[in-house]
Design a protein around this ligand. Structure first.
Ligand SMILES: NC(=O)c1ccc[n+]([C@@H]2O[C@H](COP(=O)([O-])OP(=O)(O)OC[C@H]3O[C@@H](n4cnc5c(N)ncnc54)[C@H](OP(=O)(O)O)[C@@H]3O)[C@@H](O)[C@H]2O)c1
Length: 252
């Protein structure tokens, strides 16, 4: 269980949900995990859980839509923990309601682009130069099944933002590969995070299961295991991939 021993991994949006699961899996596999979010008490709970399990972690806060906050966080990380080997740009969310394109609120559109595509861009932009200078690094981004195929009641701003994350990651892989930096993207279908358990009524969860050839919804650990593969040397010749972790619901 030491595949990531000696590595420092920044997992954005790890105060809860998928990011917290990735952080726990990376810590259990030997990484020093830099937790990130905005909710300090949620971060403290994740950090305590990792330490109680024998892992190593420290917590940092920044609003990832604000470049100055990202820069300040990275300066703090650099002085306290040194270079970042692995970045999981996981923070994001669906900041728009599903519905017709003509009904989309421009504010929800902008929030979806800012909170997913721009936040991923700003984070990668800030972390990449040091990775290239060191000649090694590993970046994992988060898309969504929403960006893998059209769906009549999709949250379109979110889907468009995540589709942007996908081509951004592939351009990143093409540019940074010669500098020893890999970049891959995970596209999850519905994952039963604590928030989704609350948001999606049980009867809707049962209906969603029927869309999956592997008949269940996702667990945060389904994503953290995929992230571990992409973060480790087991995938050393894999870059620019969009990895559907979707129980077979996305066959493209
Ligand atoms: N859950 C799913 O079914 C699913 C499916 C497909 C894709 N995804 C993607 O997977 C990623 C994680 O999803 P999740 O369901 O685990 O989300 P979640 O439970 O809502 O957690 C989101 C995390 O991102 C952080 N965050 C969001 N916006 C931020 C901002 N502007 N600045 C800093 N931190 C920010 C939150 O921090 P605080 O709460 O501390 O503020 C939190 O840690 C997202 O990119 C999401 O789009 C999720």
């Amino acid at each position: 269980m030491s595949e990531l021993a000696g590595k420092t991994a920044l997992v954005t949006g790890s105060s809860r949900g998928i990011g917290a699961a990735i952080a726990k899996t990376f810590a259990a596999n030997g990484a020093f995990v830099l937790l990130h979010g905005r909710d300090r008490s949620a971060l403290a709970a994740v950090e305590a859980g990792i330490r109680d399990a024998g892992g190593q972690a420290a917590s940092y806060t920044a609003d990832l839509t604000r470049p100055a906050e990202i820069d300040a966080m990275l300066r703090k990380i650099d002085s306290e923990r040194g270079p970042i080997d692995i970045l999981v740009a996981n923070a994001g969310g669906a900041f728009a309601r599903p519905g017709l394109i003509e009904d989309i609120d421009p504010e929800e559109w902008n929030a979806s682009i800012a909170g997913n595509l721009t936040a991923t861009f700003l984070t990668v932009r800030a972390v990449l130069p040091a990775m290239k200078a060191r000649g090694s690094g590993n970046i994992i981004t988060l898309s969504s099944a929403a960006a893998r195929k059209p769906y009549p009641v999709a949250p379109v701003p979110y889907a468009a933002a995540k589709a942007g994350v996908q081509i951004f990651t592939q351009d990143l892989a093409a540019q940074a590969g010669p500098f020893g930096v890999r970049a891959n993207c995970i596209a999850p279908e519905t994952i039963l995070t604590e928030r989704n358990r609350e948001r999606i009524p049980p009867e809707r969860q049962e209906a969603l299961v029927r869309d999956h050839p592997i008949p269940r919804l996702g667990r945060p650990e389904d994503i953290s295991e995929a992230a571990l593969y992409l973060a480790s040397d087991r995938s050393s010749w894999v870059t620019g991939v969009i990895l559907d972790v979707a129980g077979g619901a996305v066959l493209v």
